[in-house]
Design a binder for this molecule. Structure first.
Ligand code: PGA
Length: 248
């Protein structure tokens, strides 16, 4: 069965609640699609108003983070139950910005993936290499290590439902997109890794996005590749271009 494409916006730390509602209204008619899943991954404080604003549309809402415990003395954190209760369906886990600026390790991210799945959220699990790693020729070794550690102990049926985002760090927010061949090569490598860890059916089912300076001009070529099932879009998700990316 053909995998359904999924295009997700990663708003990062942008958009106040009132700006968020305005943006959803601006994009409303542009992101309509029968054939693509559309997700807005938004800052925690925007979740409630954005869930309300997308009601009755084809857009689903994702969070940018969650915590690994269910409740208690974890000042400042947000639990999976809170996200689910607010209407969130997806959660970004392991973005390179969280790995780099907030010291999130693969061991910690593995716990986040398991918590999200336990609560019925779909993880958008991010992985990606630095420019140095690419130049040293260890890209695939690094990505495989991330995938294997982040998914350790996760069942095949759950992996089949998750979304993996391949985001080369050197391409994020830099305007420097990986070529469609570079992106396809790694996305296929991730699928092969899943096949080795699980089986061919799981690898065939898991959706793998490319992220890193995706824009209205390069989305069509990237998403046409056989192992690229859509994109995780940062900067271009905050403007009308996002509609062009969804309807590439
Ligand atoms: P970008 O960000 O599209 O602005 O490069 C992508 C991401 O970090 O998910």
């Amino acid at each position: 069965m053909a995998r359904r494409k999924i295009v997700a916006g990663n708003w990062k730390m942008n958009m106040t609640p009132s700006e968020a509602v305005k943006l959803v209204a601006e994009l409303k008619d542009l992101v309509v699609s029968d054939s693509v899943d559309v997700v807005y991954c938004v800052p925690a404080i925007d979740i409630v108003p954005v869930v309300e604003a997308v009601k009755g549309t084809n857009v689903q809402v994702g969070a940018e983070n969650l915590y690994i415990e269910d409740k208690g003395a974890y000042t400042g954190e947000i639990s999976a139950d809170m996200l689910v209760d607010a209407g969130v369906k997806y959660v970004v886990i392991g973005h390179s910005e969280r790995r780099e600026y907030f010291g999130e390790t693969d061991e910690f991210l593995n716990k986040k993936v398991k918590k999200a799945i336990e609560k019925g959220l779909t993880p958008i699990l991010c992985c990606g290499e630095t420019l140095e790693q690419r130049e040293m020729g260890v890209t695939m070794d690094w990505i495989r290590l991330q995938i294997k550690s982040d998914l350790a102990g996760v069942a095949a049926a759950d992996v089949a439902n998750l979304v993996i985002a391949y985001e080369p760090i050197w391409a994020i927010g830099t305007g420097k997109t990986a070529t469609s061949d570079q992106a396809q090569e790694v996305c296929k490598g991730i699928r092969d890794c899943i096949a080795e860890m699980y089986d061919a059916a799981t690898a065939e089912a898991v959706r793998i996005q490319y992220g890193g300076s995706v824009n209205a001009g390069n989305a069509a070529e990237l998403f046409a590749k056989p192992d690229i099932d859509g994109g995780l879009v940062g900067g271009a998700s905050l403007k009308a271009d996002f509609g062009k990316i969804v309807n590439y």
